[in-house]
Design a protein around this ligand. Sequence first.
Ligand SMILES: *[C@@H]1O[C@H](CO)[C@@H](O)[C@H](O)[C@H]1NC(C)=O
Length: 264
Amino acid sequence: MAPARVVAVVLLAVGSLLLSAAADTATAPSPQPFVWQKAHATFYGGADASDTMGGACGYGNLFAEGYGTRTAALSTVLFNDGAACGQCYKIACDRKRADPLFCKPGVTVTVMATNFCPPNDALPNDNGGWCNTPRPHFDMAQPAWEKIGVYKGGIIPVMYQRVPCVKRGGVRFRINGHDYFNLVLVSNVAAAGSIKSMDVKSSDSEDWMPMARNWGANWHSLANLTRKMLSFRLTNTDGHTLVFNDVVPKGWTFGQSFVSKLQF
Ligand SMILES: *[C@@H]1O[C@H](CO)[C@@H](O)[C@H](O)[C@H]1NC(C)=O
């Protein structure tokens, strides 16, 4: 390649890097994906992850939902009022900051955000108040934590980055609530993992109605949608939108789940 063309190609490459960096800061949720950042990690539950039921995202029984034990509770700054529910993080023990005896070298584990690790203001940030603001902290299911840490360590410094979530099958919806209050749990979301906005449309209407995040991965609508055929429109936190046409059949009842064929 002639030198002038090499320069042009390099400039182009630098230009697009700058552009994508600018786009990231404009649209990326907090924390930014694909950048290694520092945090700490502890574990909860038993070695059988018996405490992986429930959680502040509302996914329910994590085994039944297919999430297994690769799950974590996030501190306030990471949890972001539930906006982080469903996001995935690759985590490694940080040997530079840890007692090397407590790090398992050369391994990472990927966990999904399923829960909130509440602050404990009675304890200092550096001694038990691990999830206090402004600390980024992962309280992981024990089997996931033990992939990267040695039990005796208890708490380890980690490096983490957001990664796309990998899921089998389509996005799922579970409807709870009552007439004029539909609480829809959105789960099994691949890629970004987290949802930025959601709308609902019933088959007897032309109009999409916005839903609001109620708690965790639960979104609500105050319309009376009972037993009507429903479509949902989801936009994930990467800005991609999918329409789930007629994913809920006419005659549905509260407590039912619906598996779509679509995935991000
Ligand atoms: C909500 O809609 C359903 C189905 O159309 C209807 O049977 C029910 O009475 C409505 N609920 C209320 C409280 O109006």
